[in-house]
Ligand binder design. Structure first.
Ligand SMILES: Cc1ncc(C[n+]2csc(CCOP(=O)(O)OP(=O)(O)O)c2C)c(N)n1
Ligand SMILES: [Mg+2]
Length: 581
């Protein structure tokens, strides 16, 4: 993160710099050392010059994957991930990732080149004409355009602050083609750059809010803590663990908060989720929102009578956004601030002799948990032919246990839900998945970024449909020789491969893929290792070898095509036709 001397382009006698170099210098000055992107007019030279200036430039085959890579790099590092695209179609391809980043509170900046303003604004039909700024605005946290080279420093500074301060999110930065070639005096250019001081300032919670939360927590007979991915993002791991251990309160991790404490922690109530949610009387949300993933904090999941009825819980909500409270049910004790500051304030208030929760609550949870874990162990021990999700995931579970530093990328429906519940995580921010939207297509972008940012082994557990959204990036994985082991859970379709076309016509059903597909050949096409695995033993051998060699590997794991369910665990979200057949 040391100070970087801006590069100087020489034109004639005088020392000048230009838009290209100012963008690169501004990013480097702010400690940003990697760009995820896809070259083309007008940003091809920017990618070349960035590489020449010592930045890591990771080129993708589709901008959506570069965007997803940037977003998850932001989540992992607290620095905005940069996605660089060309104008109109490239910009639009990156936009899904930008919107997804905003929804998930991942800090990223989508930088897109754009066409000539005068022509765009008069709609005169320029090459790749589009009013990109207007289109990006509703899909991100902030959007800026820079027209003059001397404003590049301010533009990048504003984009960085907007991405990482407060609740993080996606930012769009529009850089018209003409900007890059603009020149200015090198010294003046250097002075125009801004090294952002304290880009994500701490937000200290009010003492009375902390007190109110502690009093409510103290009154609880059946307290529960919910950890969201905001808690994982905060990098306040030691304090969060101390808070949970010193209070003795059982906790549930949301998917991307798994591993914040090891999933094998005795206070984890994950295996008794359906018992603790309706039974808890006071629930403390740490960086978790009461959205659909938590049934909006009401309804039967929470012990309410009807699907919209309140279950009677009191809620403490720790969140950086004051607007989050009351979004679904009443929040009795909102604590607004950054998670790190809030948790440390709570810790200070808790002191060292906090009374543990009543023993009957802990015992009731332990009883359910042990019963469910025993039942799961029994299912995992089976070895059916063909292999199913459980027998395959029993292998993945062992491999992740033996390699706790590996990042686990995960998408699909059944491939997602079963992995989340079966594969224990041991360290924070190692599980990277479909997040708030349950979006397909994050797989290879996340895998590339996780490998680039962490240098660690990446294991991507992919439904065969999910994999298809970003599958071409196996070339990218091979090109950069990344230690990524992709496991495609191949059940020949979306949710499974058993649907039939009721008309008897030649088209297969909408959810069904080519039977016997060999995804492993795709990896071999680019020089990586492809393995076809039909048994847990073959899968284990292939995964162990992939991790030992750190070679790009794709394992086509053949899964019983009858094993899944419609939409995995969220079958009930499918609308039902009222018309009788
Ligand atoms: C961008 C996007 N398009 C479509 C969907 C709908 N969808 C949810 S899961 C899924 C794929 C499920 O199939 P697969 O990945 O093979 O997982 P399986 O259940 O078969 O293990 C799809 C298409 C989505 N979530 N996101
Ligand atoms: Mg499938």
């Amino acid at each position: 993160m040391g100070t970087v001397e801006p590069q100087v382009a020489t034109a004639g006698e005088s020392q000048v710099t230009d838009g290209f170099h100012l963008v690169i210098d501004a990013l480097k000055l702010n400690g940003i050392d990697t760009i995820f992107g896809l070259p083309g007019i007008p940003i091809t030279d920017l990618t070349r010059m960035a590489q020449a200036a010592g930045m890591r430039v990771i080129s993708f085959r589709h901008e959506q994957n570069a965007g997803n890579a940037a977003a998850i790099a932001g989540f992992m590092t607290h620095k905005p991930g940069i996605c660089l695209t060309v104008s109109a179609p490239g910009f639009l391809n990156g936009l899904t990732a930008l919107a997804n980043a905003t929804t998930n509170c991942f800090p990223m900046i989508l930088i897109s080149g754009s066409s000539e303003r005068e022509i765009v604004d008069l709609q005169q039909g320029d090459y790749e004409e589009m009013d990109q700024l207007a289109i990006a605005k509703p899909l991100c946290k902030a959007a800026f355009r820079v027209l003059h080279a001397e404003d590049i420093g301010v533009g990048i500074a504003r984009a960085i602050r907007a991405a990482v301060s407060g609740r993080p999110g996606g930012v769009y930065l529009d850089l018209p083609a003409k900007l890059f070639a603009q020149t200015m005096d090198a010294e003046a250019g250097k002075k125009s750059l801004i090294k952002v001081v304290d880009p994500a300032p701490r937000q200290i919670p009010a003492q009375d809010a902390v007190q109110r939360a502690l009093e409510l927590l103290k009154s609880a007979m059946r307290p529960l803590i919910l950890l969201g991915k905001g808690a994982a993002y905060a990098q306040a791991d030691a304090d969060i663990r101390a808070l949970i251990e010193r209070t003795g309160i059982p906790y549930l991790p949301m998917a991307m908060a798994k591993g914040l404490l090891p999933d094998t922690h005795e206070q984890s109530a994950a295996a008794a989720r359906s018992y603790v949610l309706p039974e808890a009387d006071v629930v403390m949300l740490i960086g978790a929102r009461l959205n659909w993933l938590l049934s909006h904090g009401k309804g039967k999941t929470w012990g309410g009578k009807g699907h919209k009825d309140w279950g009677g819980q009191k809620f403490i909500q720790i969140d950086i956004s004051p607007q989050e409270a009351d979004s679904n049910v009443r929040i009795d004790a909102p604590v607004v601030g950054d998670i790190g500051s809030c948790v440390s304030a709570l810790l200070a208030g808790i002191g060292s002799n906090w009374a543990k929760p009543p023993a009957d609550w802990l015992a009731a949870i332990a009883e359910r948990k042990n019963k469910n874990l025993a039942r799961m162990a029994e299912t995992l021990a089976k070895d059916p032919a063909p292999m199913n999700f459980h027998s395959a995931l029993a292998v993945v579970r062992d491999i992740v246990k033996a390699n706790p530093d590996a990042c686990l990328v995960n998408e699909g429906a059944n491939a997602l839900d079963f992995t989340r519940s079966i594969v224990d995580m041991y360290k924070p921010r190692k599980r990277l998945d479909v997040g708030t939207w349950g979006v397909m297509g994050i797989g290879m972008g996340f895998a590339v970024a996780a490998a680039v940012v962490s240098g660690e082994q990446v294991i991507a557990i992919e439904g065969d449909s999910a994999f298809g959204f970003s599958g071409m990036e196996v070339e990218t994985i091979c090109r950069y020789n990344l230690p990524v082991c992709v496991v495609v859970f191949n059940n020949s379709g979306v949710y499974g491969g058993t649907d039939i076309n009721p008309t008897g016509g030649p088209d297969v059903a909408p959810t069904v893929f080519v039977k016997g597909a060999r995804y492993d050949k795709l990896m071999e096409a680019f020089g990586g290792v492809g393995v076809h695995a039909t048994t847990p033993a073959e899968l284990r051998k292939a995964m162990e070898e992939a991790i030992r060699s750190r070679k790009p590997t794709l394992i086509n794991a053949v899964i019983d095509e009858t094993a899944g369910t419609e939409s995995g665990r969220i079958t009930s979200l499918n609308p039902q036709s009222a018309k009788k057949k």
